[in-house]
Design a protein around this ligand. Structure first.
Ligand code: AMP
Ligand code: TRP
Length: 348
């Protein structure tokens, strides 16, 4: 498949069409927690430099449910700052805000008119989200078309997502294939890359459920930019069990202690045997104190970089402007190609 010419712009690691393209999106709603960090972001960071990476802050997706304007604006900058602070390097990854690249909204209309309604009504996430709301916005139904556009505008090969997004990537493939069949080879057909369930960090106040962005109960999660005091407070109250011994375990009754040990393992990089030896004969009080310090130390550099970035919105906006320019250089020609195929008279 011919790939639209991708000129390398200063700062973009992508070399014209040679490396696999990876695209992922993340919504600027809620705050990143250590589950996001250990389960996803650490892997994005580790993969930098090997492939051509795009990470998009999907603010247009966020408004498919009602948003407070001031919150949306603040959360978009906060998420950008947190991602950079956590190691996403704008010199190696094109990090940008979806609404800064107009091609996304425009192409979304074009592909909306190429997507059978039945395909969208079948989406399980739509059905689940719609059920939870009194009034459902039309954008919520169209959400997967916008996601398809995100992916297709960049000739993406791989889309790393959680299991819940797999159906959306499959729909993206269907939309791409349908379009290619009608108008000629235009889109790369991407494949979903479902992360192996390496880390599944559980809620600290309820180790039977996953730590989640949308649960704001104090004690549920540790946010990536929480203060040391807050981290100690949350871990001190983490739910454990009555067994009184410390070891990794798959027993659901021991999920709380196992979760704490996993967090310790991922932050310290020590082996399980070394960790179990370290805690042998100790009580849960000591376990919690050590886990809290490991998390505080692990997050300290992220928090310090975050504070610097969030205190300098002009610098943050400058970084995002560079990312948007890099993204436009790929997305705009692709949009023109799509319009040309569909029969539009292109503006001179
Ligand atoms: P979300 O918070 O659902 O927007 O997810 C953003 C990314 O973080 C996805 O790749 C998820 O798979 C990952 N993630 C979310 N929650 C957890 C968790 N509790 N443990 C591990 N990974 C998670
Ligand atoms: N829908 C995704 C989620 O909620 C976010 C997203 C938007 C995305 N556009 C994308 C993910 C493109 C991968 C590729 O997690």
């Amino acid at each position: 498949m011919a790939r639209s010419a991708y000129t390398t712009i200063a700062g973009v690691a992508g070399v014209a069409g040679e490396r696999a393209r990876v695209f992922s999106g993340i919504q600027p709603s809620g705050m990143l927690h250590i589950g996001n960090y250990l389960g996803a972001i650490q892997q994005w960071v580790a993969g930098q430099g090997q492939k051509t990476n795009f990470i998009c802050l999907v603010d247009l997706h966020a408004i498919t449910v009602p948003q407070e304007p001031a919150d949306l604006r603040r959360q978009t900058r906060e998420l950008a700052a947190l991602l950079i602070a956590a190691g996403i390097d704008p010199a190696q990854t094109t990090l940008f805000v979806q609404s800064h690249v107009r091609a996304h909204a425009e192409a979304c209309w074009l592909l909306t008119c190429q997507t059978p309604l039945g395909w969208l009504e079948r989406m399980t996430q739509y059905k689940a989200k719609a059920q939870r709301q009194e009034s459902v916005l039309a954008g919520l139904l169209n959400y997967p078309v916008l996601m398809a556009v995100d992916i297709l505008l960049y000739d993406t090969d791989e889309v790393p997502v959680g299991d819940d997004q797999k159906q959306h990537v499959e729909l993206t493939r269907d939309i791409a294939q349908r379009f290619n069949g009608l108008y000629g080879e235009t889109f790369v057909v991407p494949k979903p890359v479902i992360r192996e369930s390496g880390a599944r960090i559980m809620a600290l106040n309820d180790p039977t459920s996953k730590m989640s962005k949308s649960d704001f109960t104090r004690g549920h999660a540790i946010r990536v930019n929480d203060t040391p005091e807050e981290i100690r407070w949350v871990i001190k109250r983490a739910v454990t069990d009555a067994f009184g011994s410390i070891g990794f375990s798959a027993d659901p009754a021991r999920a709380g202690v196992n979760n704490l040990l996993q967090i310790y393992e991922l932050f310290t990089g020590q082996s399980r045997a070394a960790i179990e030896a370290h805690f042998a004969g100790k009580g849960y009080g000591a376990l919690k104190a050590d886990v809290a310090e490991a998390v505080i130390e692990g997050l300290r550099p992220i928090r310090e970089r975050y504070e610097r970035l969030i205190g300098d919105p002009a610098e943050l906006d400058r970084i995002l402007a560079i990312g948007a320019a890099q993204a436009r250089a790929v997305a705009d020609p692709k949009l023109r190609e799509v319009m040309e195929r569909m029969g539009f008279v292109l503006p001179a």
